[in-house]
Design a protein around this ligand. Sequence first.
Ligand SMILES: OC[C@H]1O[C@H](O[C@H]2O[C@H](CO)[C@@H](O)[C@H](O)[C@H]2O)[C@H](O)[C@@H](O)[C@@H]1O
Length: 539
Amino acid sequence: SFGGGPDFDPKYYVDIPLRYSLNETARAFDALPRLQNNTIPPRVLEQFLSQYFELADSNVIADAPKDFNRIPQNFLPLVHNPQVRKWALQIHELWLELSRKISPSVAMNPNKNTLLPLNNTVLVPGARFREVYYWDSYWVIKGLLVSGMTDTAKGVIENLMELAERYGFVPNGARIYYENRSQTPLLSMMIRAVYEKTHDKALLKRALPILLREHAFWTSEPHEVRVRDKNGDEHRLSRFWAHWNSPRPESFTIDTHVARGMNKSRAAQLYHDIATAAESGWDFSSRWMEDQQNLRTLRTSMIIPVDLNAFLFQMEKNVEYFASILGNQTIQTQFASAASDRQRAIQRILWSRKRGQWFDAWLSPNGCSFSENDNKTIVYEWKQKRLTYASNFVPLWAGVLPKGDPRRALVVEALNKSGLVLPAGIATSLRNTGQQWDFPNAWAPLVDMVIEGLDASGIPRGKMMAKAISQSWIRSNYEAYHQVGKMLEKYDATSCGKIGGGGEYNLQTGFGWSNGVVLSLLQKYGWPADKPLFCPDAL
Ligand SMILES: OC[C@H]1O[C@H](O[C@H]2O[C@H](CO)[C@@H](O)[C@H](O)[C@H]2O)[C@H](O)[C@@H](O)[C@@H]1O
């Protein structure tokens, strides 16, 4: 509905293509009649929209990828239960609903579209998310590989690489209003997933210079910061940082409401921390707030996040690996050393042996000195904020602790006792703030990283936990699918089949990463013929 009702979504309006030129549209808008309080009557505005704007999806074309087969060859060989197979095939079929080609009109008329042109098939998350998203694509690719759609997966990577060539980083999503920030950097993991399936060296050759550029983006100021450990040794770690200090166009009305009553410079700082939270993928969460219930106290850009640094460690290891395959010794050595520096920094700054997990470090805006190596660079003071979030366990997945390291057992135990492991997956945090990246929501990407981390830990208890979490997650997704008829963006970890909620927009359906995670977990663990799929209490 238009005019600020419960279903009003500002993103819808910034996504519609213009029918005429920007100038012509602006002139017509300025000429609209206003009420005494300078607002435009809703009906006049609606008429203006239908006259001057195209339909929302008129710049994309539904696409059936060539490598899609209704029954893929060798599909889920370990799934023996017919009910599970039937559902998995329904999920597989959803790739058709989420596949789009960008209309040539987008490249021809960039000023009439906020959508960015892309040459290959685009896989969107679903519903309001009508464009490709950076970190979502990793779990979409995992699912596409299970579906035997390797060429489509390569096309998704090629799209992201084209964006990275254009901007020097992969933007949050393929819209012009996402150009000011990136998102959780998982491009190297996507490339590794496809390489492990195809052994396609040409892909690695094409990707290597792009990954070097992406790495430089995350390891230069303002993303990179310097800190000293207790012994006085200096380390470099990274943070999220959007180049934006206005309301997000896709959430304009929401952001201006959050910043109401603030002076200009305080509001600009808040808008920056809002966009920075969007770069983290955790928009929004108590994780970034000074006062955990108050969005107005976001400090995202002054936090060194555990997960970001774990992802960058993984990127460094992947580049080292790709360079070794391509026979590029210089890069191999350079990235081996970057990875070991980051591993040391993560352990010295973010690790807590006592708590068996890693915590985000909060930078002090006032307490800082200058680097001894170069007396212009700031070295921040910092403090770990010891709160429980699913992100505290991402380094286990990223392999920050080497194989056989006894600290892995501490992490498994800490996760087991954390309160995050619930009957229907992994809660994002322990705090219910009404924000979507908090309790009780459980998100497919976090659940997948926790499961994969536990499974790879080499600790028998961790392996058992991984399997049990996978089963409860699949059951919960199925139960919700059975009720709603759709795959969802997020679920509620407290009860099997319960749907997620909270946040600034309504619960979305589709849904790329949820589909990818169910398929990849079914590929990994299978499902015996006699194991029931419904929630335990529904049996
Ligand atoms: O429109 C509000 C915000 O929506 C996006 O964030 C959420 O959806 C993404 C797509 O599934 C997901 O990647 C992200 O983790 C979610 O929080 C978008 O990424 C934000 O930039 C945007 O402001």
